[in-house]
Design a protein around this ligand. Structure first.
Ligand code: NDP
Ligand code: GDR
Length: 324
């Protein structure tokens, strides 16, 4: 019999790649989708007839109960969140409700209606905040945003359901991962989109915040494979997933503009509006445990990721280019 999986956040970047992976593996894939005035299913259009969408919201317990009862999942991937760090200062209570308490609601739905289901929690390198480099599973947390605070709560809720009820609950502590499907407000996609707009004459400048922050950027398509592997282990456990390399925002900017044959210094300006009340200076993951236990390593290199994203955005705007 085919395995069944329930993905919350299926309409997001990771949810769409994970759904494709699980469909390819022959899973019956259910996705939780919240009601919006304009449906937002563009990232899963290519697999629309291969997944079953269930209406629900992480702030609404009864909808999560019904989703778990309906899907009777072998595996639940909790990817839904208010995931944009900058917004978490403007909407701290909502972020706590969705990104933090939402995880407890999912855990409760599983405990009551499908307790043998395995659960994956989308934990984040943001939980480390200001920490020594590199960060591993044993690095202490020091969250620096309401988002990260909510993720730390969700991390421990996941560990607690494992320890309290013997449930198969795991945290993937994922470092930043990007793709052409990345939301436009995140810095990598904002940069590659900006490069394409400038290249095609649709924009004259790109305004950014802190160029010195360093992140360990990988490709989302590689990272969803790790999510799946984490739930295929004999015992539930928590894993850091990263590339092991970090680069500054400035390096990402330089390479992205260079990919389109442009000199970034002519176009990029710093803007206070994009500075954060507290930023995270340097994140770089130590993936020793993931390599040893999961046999996982990323395939896509930093330069390849940038090339992939710049190319996709250049092609997107190419159709409406003022030069054509
Ligand atoms: P996205 O922002 O692309 O996707 C978030 C998803 O959550 C969307 O499907 C969104 O739905 C859904 N969602 C938001 N609020 C609710 C709600 N109240 N009820 C139900 N669904 C909701 O995030 P990513 O795909 O990039 O990330 C996936 C998860 O991994 C997130 O939890 C994120 O915090 C975490 N993470 C991400 C990393 C990364 O680098 N990408 C690194 C580490 C952790 P809608 O489409 O309707 O908005
Ligand atoms: P992050 O990603 O906060 O790491 O969270 P983001 O791309 O938003 O920021 C990365 C770094 O870039 C700096 N920065 C800017 N960021 C944005 N968005 N816009 C700008 O103009 C800009 N200029 C500089 C930021 O200050 C920051 O230091 C992402 C999300 O996917 C989270 O959900 C996830 O948990 C973490 O990655 C791991």
């Amino acid at each position: 019999m085919a395995k069944s999986a329930l993905i919350t956040g299926i309409t997001g970047q990771d949810g769409s790649y994970l759904a494709e992976l699980l469909v390819d593996k022959g899973y019956d894939v259910y996705g939780l989708v919240r009601r919006l005035s304009t449906p937002n299913t563009t990232r899963i259009e290519n697999i629309a007839d291969k997944v079953i969408l269930l209406e629900g919201d992480l702030t609404d317990q009864s909808s999560l109960n019904v989703a778990v009862q309906t899907a009777q999942p072998d595996e639940v991937y909790n990817l839904a969140a208010q995931s944009f760090v900058a917004t978490s200062w403007n909407q701290p209570v909502l972020t706590g409700d969705v990104t933090g308490l939402g995880t407890t609601r999912i855990l409760e739905a599983i405990r009551q209606f499908s307790p043998s289901a395995k659960m994956y929690q989308a934990s984040s390198s943001e939980m480390f905040g200001k920490a020594d480099v590199p960060q591993s599973e044993s690095t202490p947390f020091h969250p620096r945003s309401p988002y990260a605070v909510a993720k730390v709560y969700a991390y421990y809720a996941t560990v607690n359901y494992r320890e309290s009820y013997g449930m198969f609950c795991c945290n993937g502590i994922l470092f930043n991962h990007e793709s052409p499907r990345r939301g436009i407000e995140f810095v990598t996609r904002k940069i590659t989109d900006g490069v394409a707009r400038i290249y095609h004459g649709l924009s004259k400048e790109l305004r950014l915040g802190n160029l010195d922050a360093k992140r360990d950027w990988g490709f989302a398509g590689d990272y969803v494979k790790a999510m799946h592997l984490i739930l295929q282990q004999k015992d539930p456990d928590d894993f850091v997933i990263a590339t092991g390399e970090s680069h500054s925002v400035k390096e990402f900017v330089e390479l992205s503009f260079a990919e389109a044959g442009l000199d970034w210094k002519k176009y990029v300006t710093q803007d206070e509006r994009f500075m954060r009340p507290a930023d995270v200076p340097d994140l770089r993951g130590d993936i020793t445990k993931a390599k040893r236990k999961l046999g996982w390593e990323p395939d896509t290199k930093f330069n390849e990721l940038i090339r992939m994203m710049v190319k996709a955005d250049l092609e997107k705007y190419g159709k409406n280019s003022v030069f054509k």
